[in-house]
Design a protein. Structure first.
Length: 307
């Protein structure tokens, strides 16, 4: 038995077309399954809590974007009992990119029905105010989170997704956000002892995987199985130079710039001089001036591609 969590609104509704294809393939293969459709923000978490509250070992297939996957992971009661299959239908699909998952629906579902490769993935956890949330790909505070916040309800995203240019959503929003963004001072403490101070940060991004924002390789050395967080800090740079720096992140060459600080640790606390937006896998955690981040010992088992 397969359990499906399906976000039909993903990719601005194009996920409906993808689900129809997947459903046909399931019927052709005589696969037994139950499907649950998400109806509102946070619904996937509630559905998955109900599905996984027992001690049954099961396979859970997610059809949606990285945000849907984030909700699912935050609903799993017993991580050891669940194997995840993922059919990516989002705008960024950074988790699928990292795991080399098939992008075509037919290939994706066949990979899940007849899996050859399984991976145990690290998970991160961020605490902001009284809200603690797991993340699969990355979390960030500052400029990257401001882009994520706007992208959640972006009309531009809907238009570009319809013409299969969803990745450009983040480029357009980035330009808009940069015009009004104000850098802030920050202090970080790594593993409870080592500290660094920054005067003018654009963002501090904590990663399990290399990518964020539709293919930006912000932490090119990130390893999703080493139990560590890889941190990218961009500090003290003019807006023009920052704008020129951003495209180099698609190849990971931004780390050569003196304004970029790359750090590895297991736990991190971040204190900023003023409130800044925070995201976890692109999902908003509001504005905060203090967050803690850590790599947790529990692992997520996922059906991977041919890595």
């Amino acid at each position: 038995m397969l359990y499906f969590i399906v976000n039909l609104h993903s990719k601005s509704g194009y996920a409906r077309v993808i689900w129809k294809q997947v459903k046909g393939l399931l019927q052709n293969q005589n696969v037994k399954y139950e499907v649950y459709f998400t109806e509102y923000k946070g619904h996937a978490t509630k559905l998955v809590k109900r599905i996984t509250e027992g001690n049954e070992k099961l396979r859970l297939v997610v059809l949606g974007g990285d945000g849907t996957m984030n909700e699912v992971v935050n609903g799993i009661t017993h991580l050891d009992n669940v194997i995840i299959g993922y059919i990516p239908t989002g705008s960024s699909n950074d988790l699928a990119r990292s795991l080399k998952l098939p992008s075509k629906p037919r290939e994706a579902i066949l990979n899940i029905l007849k899996p050859k490769y399984f991976q145990k993935l690290d998970l991160g956890e961020v605490t902001a105010s009284s809200n603690t949330r797991r993340f699969v790909v990355s979390m960030g505070i500052g400029f990257d989170a401001s882009i994520c916040h706007e992208a959640l309800d972006s009309k531009l995203k809907a238009v570009l997704n319809k013409i299969k240019l969803g990745k450009l959503t983040y480029v357009g929003i980035a330009l808009k956000q940069l015009a009004k963004f104000k850098t802030e001072g920050a202090t970080i403490i790594m593993d409870g002892k080592l500290s660094r101070n920054y005067k003018e940060i654009y963002f501090i991004s904590s990663h399990i995987h290399k990518y964020e924002g539709g293919g930006l390789k912000l932490c090119p050395q990130a390893d999703y199985q080493d139990g560590m967080l890889d941190i990218c800090v961009v500090n003290k740079l003019s807006k023009i130079k920052f704008l020129l720096l951003l495209p180099t992140a698609f190849t990971g060459k931004h780390i050569r710039h003196k304004a970029v600080d790359i750090i590895r640790c297991r736990e991190l606390s971040i204190k900023t001089s003023n409130m800044l937006p925070v995201h976890a896998d692109g999902e908003s955690l509001g504005k905060q001036n203090y967050v803690t981040v850590k790599s947790i010992p529990e692992k997520l088992t996922i059906i991977a591609g041919n890595i």
